[in-house]
Design a protein around this ligand. Sequence first.
Ligand code: DC
Length: 227
Amino acid sequence: MRKHVIAIDGPAASGKSTTARQVAQRLGFVHMNSGLFYRAITWASLRDGWSDDIERLREGVARLSILPIVEAGVLDVQVRGVRPGIALQGRDVSTRVSAVSATDFVRKRVLQLLRATAKEADVVCDGRDIGSVVFPDAHLKVFLVADVRERARRRLLDYQVEPSVEAIEEEAERLRARDDADSTRALAPLVKAAGAVEIDTTRLAPEAVIHRILELAGERGMRAPEG
Ligand code: DC
């Protein structure tokens, strides 16, 4: 039988990943955070100094060994035998990742990795183009949105930074720039996929968002295992 796919897309810091992880855990699916692959490639390119030149980036990506690892229901990524872990969430990677992920060869590589992983397990996959390009026939597509200031506030709390008015405004500016880059690029831009259910999380507690998605999944025949 075809494995199940739930696609969750949305802009930066809209809570996709936390939500996807929880939904996957409760359904017994694997959580695939597609951004991790883009971040892993960006991390390697920054380390090797081939992030700025498109031809060197192309060659570097072609040679790069990158491996999905599923552990305890969560996808992690191994780059050249190393698992960079938290280093993938750093500011330098976050600043550079939009440009790296806007290239066709990087997108092709990540698409192959995601599709290969989803052949092996039921997945909840989050990203920007999951419902539109990677898994257009997903069993459930969700598009998460939230006000940019609320997203900035949540991101600061993740970074354990006091969310003062000034800090929120500064972070919101960074998020707007990334949203703009991700939504206006020519290849697989961030869009609400055909058939996606939009959920605005600005005033919703994380549990309410998870509950709503589990409800939608249940309506489509995907339920938590008994017991
Ligand atoms: O979700 P994230 O912030 O970890 O994603 C990092 C970047 O990767 C994001 O700015 C755009 C890119 N990305 C993408 O282009 N397509 C995806 N499906 C997921 C991420």
